[in-house]
Design a protein around this ligand. Structure first.
Ligand SMILES: [Fe+2]
Ligand SMILES: [Fe+2]
Length: 328
């Protein structure tokens, strides 16, 4: 039986970092970009400054955030480096700042899955980076309360997208698009969200992406009361519990970009064959190498058959499976 805890252990043991080949030295003009750590910290500090400024004179420059995000969008290598970093960060102290930066990084990955151009990616990334500015107006005793919120406190917390809208609009009329996305980050597909209960096409797609990534980012990171979820388990949980809250395109983009299948996890293919991941594929995380043990009718095979999904364009993963879900 494969338990989630086993998967976590296997993921650690598989230490994918060691499997990476030595990267080619970057071309000279990109050398400054080939530093995910530096860029990550630069963005983190920007968000920190924004939050301080909001509490001070209320002014900050969204264009500065856009410039930082643009640097990432212009280099797929940088985005990939930041993505790896965002998956590894385990900071319980500055949770809020990391949450903002990670949400921006994961949102841009989603935008790429949705074929966004550079301009759209910059807008999406910037909105994700600033999606929680309205939290600055929520009293600390609600934000950092250790026990469950009362209904009244929850109603106060739910005002933060509207506060965020106001704060961003104060920076200039030209940021109305940004303010509007932030206003909508908690709206959900069938009107289940807040503050306005918008539905379907009334909700900006950037806000839908930020909304789902927001949940994903929280799940894959530890919280004082719980351990972190593996990306694979987090995506599975979102699909299981949040499907009604998001459109199928958004769910699909999440699945294609942000679920990592670790070695030894069982997966079902679109032709119903079931196999175990034996080698991950860094460039195409959804196309690992498998050892297939169940045929298209669900019958156990006598010998495992190796299939490299990277070489099998017609096959794709339809579902991750726990061992207890395997056919009897
Ligand atoms: Fe929020
Ligand atoms: Fe958030």
């Amino acid at each position: 039986m494969v338990k989630l805890s086993d998967l976590i252990k296997q993921e650690k043991e598989a230490s994918p970092k060691e499997e990476k080949s030595t990267p080619m030295p970057p071309p000279k003009e990109h050398q400054a970009d080939a530093e995910p750590d530096r860029i990550y910290n630069e963005i983190l500090q920007y968000v920190e400054r924004v939050m301080e400024n909001i509490k001070g004179n209320g002014r900050f420059d969204p264009n500065e955030g856009m410039r930082l995000i643009k640097k990432i969008v212009q280099s797929p290598q940088v985005l990939e480096g930041l993505y790896q970093k965002a998956l590894q960060i385990r900071d319980l102290e500055d949770v809020f700042l990391h949450h903002s930066v990670n949400t921006a990084i994961f949102s841009m990955k989603m935008g790429i899955a949705l074929n966004y151009d550079q301009e759209q990616l910059v807008k999406l990334g910037t909105a994700a980076l600033l999606h929680e500015v309205g939290i600055s107006e929520i009293p600390g005793k609600i934000m950092y309360k250790n026990s469950a919120l009362t209904e009244e406190e929850f109603q106060i917390l739910k005002r933060h997208p509207r506060y965020g809208y106001g704060i961003i609009l104060q920076q200039g009329k030209e940021f109305e698009w940004l303010a509007e996305i932030v206003y909508q980050e908690h709206e959900r597909e069938r009107g289940q969200g807040y503050p306005r209960g918008l539905k379907g096409e009334e909700i900006n797609e950037h806000a839908k992406i930020i909304g789902i990534v927001d949940i994903y980012e929280a799940l894959i990171n530890p919280r004082p009361q719980r351990k972190r979820f593996l990306p694979y388990a987090a995506v599975k949980m979102i699909i299981g519990t949040q499907k009604r809250y998001f459109s199928s395109e958004i769910i699909k983009a999440l699945l294609s970009q942000l679920s990592v299948f670790p070695i030894n996890c069982w997966i079902k293919l679109n032709n119903n064959m079931i196999g175990k991941v034996i080698e991950t594929n860094e460039n195409q995380p959804l196309r690992p190498k498998l050892e297939v043990w169940y045929d298209i009718k669900g019958n156990k095979m006598n010998e495992g058959k190796v299939i490299n999904l990277a070489d099998s364009p017609l096959l794709y993963i339809s579902d991750p499976l726990y061992e207890e879900e395997l056919p009897a």
